[in-house]
Every structure is written in structure tokens, then in C-alpha cells.
Design a protein around this ligand. Structure first.
Ligand code: FDA
Length: 286
């Protein structure tokens, strides 16, 4: 429906790669680098999974052609995790190798908790072949401290987020305060590892500005250089603050989503902040 499309526009500049990269261009001019992701998940056959892999190869090509500081981020169920794990490993390895050849990097998103073991397995196999691949971790999961330790041992770059899916309390902290506290502990561990030279690049995917400020102070006290850690935020959320952070010397990347399969992703954005539902209602009225 047109009103839903209008509401979604706030978080997504358009449905195709061109629109995402057009939005990345002025951001790059202001010192904000970007990550792009094609919306979609849980493909059900090899042909679709291979088409997604080929699409991301085109993303890397187009990013290079435009000379943008932009990295792709992929969901493994979009790359065929449910269809054939071997294919998914091969595709992620191929993308990481291609990213390496064009001087880029590939991020792996993390999905519902029942995919975490498989995601880590695929990630480890890809990471064994190339260091141009990093993984997202969710602070709300009770298992994440252990996962973080095993990934730090590999020297992997990680993007820490709070977690966006509805999970049972046995698996994830139901109370937001516990999630926030877990995030801080994990962030501290990632910063420490970076300061010790044992971890990869620590990335903090959050719009929680108070948390970002504490991370910035901690990074400073550990004498991490500004390029030694990053903050990633979503397109359309806290835009002014993203610019202010970048101006103040923080390495900021904006994650821009695009594609026609935006419905489940958009519902997650609404769930994170129920006030966003008003944008839908206002778009309906206007
Ligand atoms: P929190 O929810 O505490 O919000 C802090 C403040 O930010 C809020 O008070 C509000 O003002 C603002 N805010 C947050 N969300 C908003 C929204 N949707 N609209 C408007 N304002 C909002 N999750 C996942 O499970 N797997 C993944 O792979 C990823 N990947 C990912 C990458 C990046 C770059 C980001 C920024 C986020 C993700 N996420 C994710 C989503 C993440 O798990 C989480 O749901 C959201 O980032 C919201 O949590 P915050 O950390 O922003 O904090």
C-alpha cells in the first residue's frame, strides 16, 4: 500500500541498490561511511540463494565503480542457510574473497536464536579462509559472552547489537535493563581485546547515545585510536546525532537497507520503538 511505502521511506531510501548507494554518496561526503543490505531472509531454494550471492558480488562491483566507502552486510538465511549449509559456506567464502580482492569487507547479520549455532559454524568456516568477514552478535542472548570469547580467539571483527527478535526468556534476557547491562559488559570485553591487540575491529551497532558516550570514554582511556572502533546506526534513526558523532571524530557507519522484502524488517523497526507506528498512521492520513 502507498501509505506503508511512504512510512518505510523514513528508514529506507528506496527499493533498489542504486537508491541505497545514492543515499550513501552524500553521507560519504560528510565523513559517514556506510553498510548496505538487501532485505530478504529464509530463501527456500538454491537458485534464489545463488541469485542473492551474485547480487552481493554486483554490490561490491558497483561500490567500487562509484568509489564509495561502503561494505555489504548479509543474512545467512538469505544466502541459503536453510537450503544447503555447504552452499552457504561456499557463498560467504566467495563473497569474502571477492571483498578482499576489491579492498572491501563483508558483514554477517545475526537472526533468530535457533540460527545462531549454524551462523557461527558458517562464519568460522569463512573466517578461516579470509579476515575480510565480520559477524554481528546480540547482547540479549544469554550465550553471547561465550560466543564472544570463542570469536575473539579467532581475532574476528564483531558488531555488537542489542538484538531485534522475540526470544524466550530461557534464551534471551527479557528485561531491557539486563540487555543494556550485558551490552556494556560485552562492549568492555571487545574494547579490551582491541586494546590488547587480540580482537578484530570492535563495532557497536546501537542508537543508545548514552551508551555510545560511555564506550567513547572507555576507548579513550584504553588509548584506542579513533579508527580502532566504530559505531554503526540504521539509516533514518538519530540522523542528526550520527552527523554530530562523525563531526566529533567518531568513526560512524550508517546501515542502509533496500529491497522489496521489507515487511518483516520494518515490523522489527516498529517493535523497537512503538512511537514509530505513528509514522505509519500519519502516512496513512496524509
Ligand atoms: P535501544 O533500543 O535502547 O534504543 C536507544 C534509542 O534509540 C531509543 O530510545 C530510540 O530513541 C532510538 N531507537 C532505537 N531503535 C529505534 C527505531 N527503530 N526507530 C527510532 N528510534 C529508535 N539486530 C539483530 O538481531 N541482528 C542484526 O544483525 C542486527 N543488525 C543491526 C545492525 C545495526 C547497524 C544496528 C544499528 C542494529 C542492528 N540490529 C540487529 C538491531 C538491534 O538489535 C536493535 O534492535 C536496535 O538497534 C535497537 O536497539 P538500540 O541499540 O538502538 O537501543
Amino acid at each position: 500500500r502507498a501509505f506503508a511505502r511512504r512510512a518505510v521511506r523514513r528508514f529506507m531510501p528506496g527499493e533498489d541498490l542504486g537508491a541505497a548507494l545514492d543515499a550513501a554518496t552524500p553521507l560519504a561526503a560528510t565523513g559517514i561511511r556506510t553498510v548496505v543490505t538487501a532485505l530478504g531472509e529464509r530463501v527456500t531454494n538454491r537458485a534464489e540463494a545463488e541469485a542473492v550471492r551474485d547480487h552481493y558480488v554486483r554490490v561490491l562491483d558497483e561500490v567500487r565503480r562509484r568509489g564509495l566507502p561502503t561494505q555489504p552486510s548479509v543474512k545467512l538465511t538469505h544466502l541459503g542457510l536453510d537450503v544447503d549449509r555447504g552452499l552457504c559456506v561456499a557463498s560467504l567464502r566467495a563473497l569474502a574473497a571477492y571483498a578482499e580482492s576489491v579492498g572491501s569487507f563483508v558483514w554477517v547479520d545475526i537472526e533468530e536464536s535457533h540460527y545462531v549455532d549454524a551462523t557461527l559454524d558458517v562464519f568460522r568456516q569463512a573466517r578461516a579462509a579470509s579476515d575480510r568477514v565480520g559477524l554481528c552478535l546480540q547482547a540479549y542472548l544469554r550465550r553471547t559472552p561465550d560466543d564472544l570469547e570463542s570469536l575473539l580467539a579467532l581475532g574476528a571483527s564483531m558488531r555488537l547489537v542489542k538484538g531485534a527478535y522475540r526470544e524466550p526468556p530461557s534464551v534471551a534476557f527479557p528485561d531491557k535493563r539486563d540487555v543494556d547491562a550485558a551490552y556494556e559488559r560485552l562492549a568492555e570485553r571487545m574494547l579490551q581485546a582491541a586494546a590488547d591487540g587480540t580482537g578484530g575491529l570492535p563495532v557497536f551497532g546501537t542508537h543508545d547515545l548514552a551508551l555510545v558516550e560511555r564506550i567513547r570514554l572507555r576507548a579513550g582511556s584504553l588509548r584506542l585510536p579513533p579508527q580502532g572502533w566504530e559505531v554503526h546506526m540504521l539509516y533514518g534513526i538519530r540522523t542528526a546525532e550520527q552527523h554530530a558523532l562523525a563531526r566529533s571524530g567518531v568513526s560512524v557507519r550508517t546501515l542502509i537497507s533496500y529491497g522489496t522484502h521489507w515487511f518483516p524488517w520494518y515490523v522489527r523497526r516498529l517493535a523497537e520503538r512503538p512511537a514509530n507506528v505513528w509514522f505509519v498512521v500519519r502516512s496513512l492520513v496524509s
